[in-house]
Design a protein around this ligand. Structure first.
Ligand code: ZN
Length: 470
C-alpha cells in the first residue's frame, strides 16, 4: 500500500481526498499512530469524509422516502435481551461486542433488524391493522462487528460500518413483487450512481443457501423452514435473472444465519482492471418474525394472512461502496458527493489586473459557498499554474476547477475544467460579473448533480470552505 511501485488502493485515495484518517498516520503532539488509538478496523472519517457521509446519507434517505420507506435512526447499544430474543446472542455472538455494566448485559448492535422489528411491533400496538403492509423501514445504520483481525481491511472489511439498511414486512402474496422492486431500486442506484450499464457482464447474482448439515447449529430454524424459504427465494432470483437477462449461481453454506439471501456482485472497470464487488443483498428471514411473535400479532390484527420479512441493503455498506468507487474511479467521486466540488484559482500575472482577478475569484468562491457548494480558493501564477493544477488533480481532486486570470476578466468569461465519469473537459462560460458567473457555475453543477437528483428528488447542498486543503 502506498509505495510508488504499487497500484494505489482505496485507502490512498481516501487519504488524498481527506475522507479518512489513515491508520498509519502519526498524530502531532501525541506522537502516536491513529490506528493504535482507534483499534483495528475502526475507520475515522475526516473532514472530507464528513461531507461525503452527510451528502450520501441525504441522498439515500430521500431515495427511500420517495419509495415509501419510513426512516429510522436506532440506538447503537441496547440491553442484551433484545439480541437474545432476536437470536443473535445464540448464533452471532462471536461477531458481537458484548459487555456487562451494573450487572446487566449490553450489546453493540451488529445489525439493525431487531430495532426495526420493535418499531414495527410498536406501530401495530398503537395503530392496530391501520399500519400499511408491506411495511418498509429504512436506516442509514451504523453497526459494529468483530471481524477476525486477519480479515479486517481498510474500508472494504472494517469492524465499524454503515449499512443502507431496510426491512420489509410483506404479506406473502406480495413478497415476489416486493423483492423484484427492491432489485429494480438497486439497479437504479447502480446505473445512476456508478454509471454502469446493466448487463450480464456487470451484474451477477448469487443465491446463498444454508449448509443442510449445519441447520440447527450455524443456521437457525428447522430443515422444513429452510427448504421452503430457499424454494421461495430461488423462484424470486429466477424471476429477476430472467427479466434482466442476468445469471445466477447457487452457493451452499453462504446464507445468513437467519435465512437465505440473494447477493449481487457488480463488476466495475474493464479489461485487466476489472474487479468484482459484492455490494447489494436481499435476504429472506423466517426466524426474526417468529421469534418476535410478528406472525401471531399480524394474524390477530389482519386476519388469516402470512407475512414474510425481507432484509435488504442496496449499496451494502457506505464504507465498502466508497472503497469500490474510489478504486474504480481513481478517487473521483460523483459531484454531489465529492468533498471538494469547486477549486477556484485566482491566477496572478504581475499586471494591474491582478487586484481585479483576486477580488473576482474570492467573490466567486464565497458565492459558491453561499449557494451550498463546497469550495476552496487558491492563488497561483501563470508560471506555477500547471504544477498547482497537477497537485490538485493528484491530491484533493476537485470536481470542477475554476480558472480566473487576466484573460478571463478581459473576456468576461470563466474557464472551467470539469472532471466527470472518468474524463476531463474544459469549457469557457460567458459571464459579465460575479453574479452571472455564479449562475453559470450553478447551471453547470445542476447538470453534474442530475443523475443523483433524478433518483433522490433533490441533491444535498452542504456548503463548506475547504481552502486550507489547497
Ligand atoms: Zn436485517
Amino acid at each position: 500500500m502506498g509505495t510508488l511501485s504499487q497500484e494505489k488502493d482505496h485507502m490512498d485515495f481516501a487519504q488524498e481526498l481527506d475522507l479518512v484518517v489513515k491508520p498509519e498516520s502519526t498524530l502531532p503532539g501525541l506522537n502516536k499512530e491513529v490506528g493504535s488509538l482507534l483499534g483495528q478496523g475502526i475507520p475515522l472519517f475526516s473532514i472530507g469524509g464528513g461531507y461525503f457521509r452527510a451528502a450520501l446519507s441525504q441522498v439515500l434517505i430521500n431515495f427511500h422516502a420517495r419509495r415509501g420507506y419510513y426512516i429510522a435512526e436506532t440506538p447503537l447499544i441496547s440491553g442484551g435481551d433484545l439480541f437474545e430474543v432476536s437470536g443473535h446472542m445464540g448464533y452471532y455472538r462471536q461477531n458481537m461486542y458484548v459487555f456487562k455494566l451494573e450487572d446487566r448485559e449490553y450489546a453493540i448492535k451488529p445489525m439493525n433488524c431487531p430495532f426495526h422489528v420493535l418499531i414495527f411491533l410498536s406501530e401495530l400496538g398503537r395503530h392496530r391493522n391501520k399500519v400499511k403492509l408491506p411495511f418498509k423501514i429504512f436506516e442509514v445504520g451504523r453497526v459494529h462487528r468483530l471481524e477476525p483481525s486477519g480479515s479486517v481491511y481498510g474500508l472494504l472489511r472494517p469492524r465499524a460500518f454503515t449499512q443502507d439498511d431496510a426491512h420489509i414486512v410483506t404479506p406473502e402474496k406480495d413478497a415476489l413483487q416486493v423483492i423484484s422492486s427492491v432489485f429494480d431500486d438497486m439497479m437504479t442506484i447502480y446505473s445512476k450512481v456508478f454509471n454502469i450499464d446493466l448487463t450480464p457482464e456487470t451484474i451477477r447474482l448469487r443465491l446463498s443457501l444454508s449448509d443442510k448439515g449445519k441447520i440447527g447449529t450455524d443456521f437457525m430454524g428447522t430443515r422444513d423452514e429452510w427448504e421452503s424459504a430457499e424454494e421461495f427465494l430461488r423462484s424470486a432470483v429466477e424471476g429477476i435473472a430472467k427479466r434482466y437477462g442476468f445469471e445466477y449461481q447457487a452457493a451452499e453454506g453462504e446464507a445468513a444465519f437467519y435465512g437465505p439471501k440473494i447477493d449481487v456482485i457488480v463488476r466495475l472497470g474493464s479489461g485487466p482492471a476489472a474487479k468484482d464487488w459484492q455490494l447489494g443483498t436481499i435476504q429472506f428471514d423466517f426466524n426474526l418474525p417468529r421469534r418476535f411473535k410478528v406472525y401471531d400479532v399480524v394474524r390477530e390484527l389482519y386476519g388469516d394472512i402470512n407475512v414474510f420479512m425481507i432484509h435488504r441493503a442496496l449499496l451494502g455498506s457506505i464504507e465498502r461502496f466508497l472503497g469500490a468507487y474510489l478504486e474504480n474511479y481513481r478517487g473521483r467521486l460523483p459531484f454531489a458527493l465529492a468533498p471538494l466540488q469547486f477549486a477556484v484559482l485566482g491566477i496572478r500575472a504581475g499586471e494591474e489586473l491582478d487586484q481585479k482577478v483576486v477580488e473576482f475569484a474570492r467573490a466567486l468562491h464565497a458565492g459558491l459557498i453561499s449557494r451550498g457548494f463546497r469550495s476552496g480558493y487558491m492563488e497561483t501564477t501563470r508560471t506555477s499554474l500547471s504544477g498547482d493544477v497537477r497537485l490538485l488533480e493528484t491530491g484533493p481532486k476537485p470536481a470542477v476547477i475554476v480558472y480566473i486570470g487576466a484573460r478571463e476578466i478581459e473576456r468576461s468569461a470563466v474557464t472551467v475544467a470539469v472532471y466527470d465519469k472518468g474524463s476531463r473537459r474544459q469549457a469557457s462560460l460567458q459571464a459579465k460579473g460575479v453574479e452571472e458567473a455564479l449562475s453559470a457555475l450553478e447551471t453547470l453543477a445542476e447538470g453534474l448533480e442530475k443523475p443523483i437528483a433524478d433518483i433522490a428528488g433533490s441533491t444535498p447542498r452542504i456548503p463548506g470552505d475547504l481552502s486550507y486543503e489547497l
